[in-house]
Design a protein around this ligand. Structure first.
Ligand code: GDG
Length: 511
């Protein structure tokens, strides 16, 4: 078992209590956050609130005594939803993260978890293939070329059907089901076929591409029709919702009016709900004396540089890590930055069995090696590169240790790292360099916005951020903190679920 889970924040308490009030059937329990909740609120025929996501918020770890343990797994969706699920009664359906049969349903950190088993072939064809090598690059503006393989699509259909079946079995009559992300776009339609009494919401965590790109997908119509099984489709940005509405017109030939698609007898709404973080909980961690001490220690370990630039990403080609390293390398070469400015780059391991990710790792490590070889001094590399995952406290310490946060994706649905950095800067110091191709750029007005393809422009922005006056930095940080605290993850979930609730009661038999 993993260590204790941090208690949820006041903001979250408030939000979940108000959700419970609104949706009578959600009951805030006396939660034992570090262990198991025994006081289940399962109605006779199922759960009233069901989250369906490709991953469970835990990974399976075999321990020595031949027992299975579970460890929290990092990632955007988990980070966003886990605190809400801990506080609301509901079931979470997902894949545990490795090949094998489905585990028996179990409780972890107060969440009822229902595992979906995937065979080794399905991991290869559904997860590594259709999800990570077709849809991920396609939806991120074909930064890498997507591969279209028919057996992958077949596995996608089979696995989506399995998730839909499990959701149909877990949901109580008239329950709300919230389906997440690009791995499960067929689930809303399949679930509606199985259960026409449910209220179904879908949220897409990654961008929805422009139609010219989406149109490349051989199964575009099936995807649009699958999504339209939902009552409400949530996207990160308005631009994503607009792209979907266009796809509904073009790929499925359906009429739209404003944000609504007229799908036969049903109307489906597509709108933006920018995802957020549990800002108060993170700020609390960053306020802890041991975390602040660790941040000081990190700077000491770096040799007390004048300035620390920081990058934290999953090692993914969408994150613009190479572009960022190139900009930093050139700034060093030109002498615009010297040894007083060091870079920490955390690249947490991701999708390591997918070819493009292996190649990216090699490329990034060659660039880091070159820059360190060229500009390093004994014991003082210009780039501290860490291909590792860290516990949450260490992440907070890193955010505190960084004077300038570099978030430079070529395309990103939102980017939670940018918001996490802002939430941790309780003293209102620090600067954020942020790609305009992230969802976060729509919200974080105090950032130094960059086009990561424009290396010269990015270099200038890094210099501006690194040399900004403390007064100006504070002004910018204050604006961003207001946004991140006012629009937190509780607000995100509440506004999505409130909008979903406005949908008229499902009329069974009226598909
Ligand atoms: C997808 C979309 C959207 C990372 N390394 C560690 C770690 N993390 C945590 C970060 C952050 C999360 O993972 C990453 O979230 P991002 O938003 O940056 O990116 P994706 O993983 O690509 O997420 C994205 C998101 O979904 C939510 O909708 O914003 O656009 O692509 O929370 O802190 N956490 C820990 N150790 C690590 O080493 N503990």
């Amino acid at each position: 078992m993993y260590g204790p889970v941090a208690p949820a924040s006041d903001a979250l308490d408030k939000a979940t209590t108000s959700l419970a009030a609104r949706y009578g059937t959600f009951v805030c329990e006396d939660l034992n956050v570090a262990g198991t909740t025994t006081n289940r609120r399962l109605t006779a025929d199922g759960y009233d609130f069901v989250v369906v996501a490709s991953r469970l918020p835990v990974d399976r770890v075999e321990d020595t005594a031949d027992k299975t343990g579970w460890r929290h797994s990092p990632g955007g969706l988990v980070t966003a939803l886990e605190p809400i699920m801990r506080k609301m009664d509901g079931a979470w359906i997902g894949w545990p993260g490795d090949a094998g049969p489905a585990p028996e349903p179990f409780e972890e950190s107060g969440i009822h978890l229902v595992g979906i088993g995937l065979s080794a072939e399905e991991v290869r064809d559904f997860y590594e293939g259709m999800c990570n090598a077709t849809l991920w690059p396609l939806y991120h503006d074909v930064i890498a070329p997507p591969a279209f393989r028919r057996p992958w699509w077949d596995a996608y259909v089979t696995v989506n059907q399995r998730f839909a079946q499990a959701a149909a079995e877990q949901a109580a009559k008239g329950a709300t089901v919230w389906v997440h992300d690009y791995q499960l776009q067929l689930v809303p339609g399949m679930l509606r076929e199985l259960r026409d009494d449910l209220r179904i919401g879908f949220f897409n965590h990654i961008p929805f591409p422009g139609y010219e790109i989406f149109a490349q997908l051989p199964w575009r119509r099936r995807i649009v029709e699958g999504l339209l099984g939902a009552d409400l489709l949530g996207f990160q940005r308005q631009a994503d919702a607009t792209n979907f509405l266009r796809a509904a017109r073009r790929a499925a030939g359906l009429p739209t009016k404003g944000s609504v698609v007229h799908a036969g007898a049903r109307d489906v709404r597509a709108a933006s709900f920018p995802i957020a973080i549990d800002a108060a909980a993170l700020a609390e961690i960053a306020r802890r004396e041991d975390v602040k001490e660790r941040a000081r220690e990190i700077r000491q370990l770096l040799g007390q540089p004048e300035r620390v630039l920081l990058g934290i990403d999953r090692l993914d080609y969408t994150k613009g890590i190479r572009h960022r390293l190139k900009a930093y390398g050139e700034l060093r070469r030109e002498g615009r930055l010297g040894p007083e400015t060091v870079l920490i780059q955390v690249a947490s391991p991701s999708r390591e069995r997918v070819e493009q990710y292996r190649l990216l790792r090699d490329e990034v490590e060659v660039i880091v090696g070159r820059i360190n070889g060229e500009f390093g001094e004994l014991g003082n590399p210009p780039i501290n590169y860490l291909h590792q995952s860290f516990p949450r406290d260490e992440m907070a310490a890193l955010y505190l240790a960084g004077d300038v946060m570099l978030v430079t994706p070529l395309r990103d649905g939102m980017n939670l790292v940018a918001k996490e950095y802002v939430a941790c800067r309780n003293d209102e110091s620090g600067a954020l360099v942020l790609s305009e191709f992230t969802g976060a750029a729509d919200e974080l007005n105090g950032a130094f916005l960059v086009n990561p393809h424009d290396i010269d422009g990015m270099k200038d922005a890094i210099i501006r951020a690194a040399t900004v006056s403390p007064r100006e930095a504070r002004r910018r940080m204050r604006v961003m903190r207001r946004r991140v605290f006012d629009y937190d993850v509780a607000h995100w979930a509440t506004s999505f679920l409130d909008t979903l609730r406005e949908v008229p009661e499902p009329v069974p038999g009226r598909a």
